[in-house]
Design a protein around this ligand. Sequence first.
Ligand code: SAM
Length: 287
Amino acid sequence: MAVGRELLDLVVERIGQKGPLTFAEFMSLALYHHEYGYYMRDRVNVGRDGDYYTAPAVHPVFGALLAEQISEMWRLAGRPPSWQITECGAGPGWLAGDILEALERHHPDCFAATRYEVVEINPALRAFGERHLRERFGPRVRWNPAPGVRAVEGCVLANELLDALPFHLVRGEPGGRLSELYVGWDGCRLVEVPGPPSTPRLEEYFAVQGVRLAPGRRAEVSLAALDWVAEVARMLVRGYVLILDYGLSAAELYQPDRVGGSLRCFRNHRLHTDPYAAVGEQDITAH
Ligand SMILES: C[S@@+](CC[C@H](N)C(=O)[O-])C[C@H]1O[C@@H](n2cnc3c(N)ncnc32)[C@H](O)[C@@H]1O
């Protein structure tokens, strides 16, 4: 049976057991189920043979520019003799390789102080990165198999990680109310089922930004991204956080003409907006 079918059966079984899932729960299964999740499979999803590009998959100049920024941070931190870069969601480790290469060539003093920790939840990508980075840079690079961040004195770095974390789907209702869109099963297909918010954090999220969604307007809320940032803040002993991702300001994101939200899916370099097609075989993301 194809992976998509296996995963869909599993999603339907979960819905049968506990009722409609939050979109974040659905997305956790679709992207991160340990066996069938899109990001947990034994394949590199990024680059020409994958489904989408990220900057490190295009050219090493991206890593070289970040190396400039990181060496400046190291200097501003007082040139500590021990400096750790922790890269979260490192994929196959291309960015790690490019940064270390550029530091070694252009900033050997910073390179000498640097230890690079890679955090990646996909075991196959971890093994791939470990092989080629260990060969080139030896014990300077180490792997943290757990998804969390360990105490850091240096720089925490994440490129296109936060957009890949599970988010909730919500919709504005008359009277300024908010509903959450859950994922249900109508006997033939996955369908969206509106209901009350699963957590007060969703309403708080908009209240903090002073945003009220117009009736019918959809939006995505990544509580997981907020939790990730809070965890990094806790773990950062001293240093910097460098998060690179796409996104829009609240003013742009919640413009009246953007009623459909910003959810996007990528498969074979094709962009579409149906997260319920090809479950487990496509990337799901949002701004
Ligand atoms: C969109 S890819 C970006 C990969 C890489 N940073 C790049 O720029 O090409 C997101 C990566 O984050 C990983 N990931 C997702 N959630 C994670 C988590 N909680 N901890 C560590 N890695 C995670 C995924 O397995 C995937 O490899």
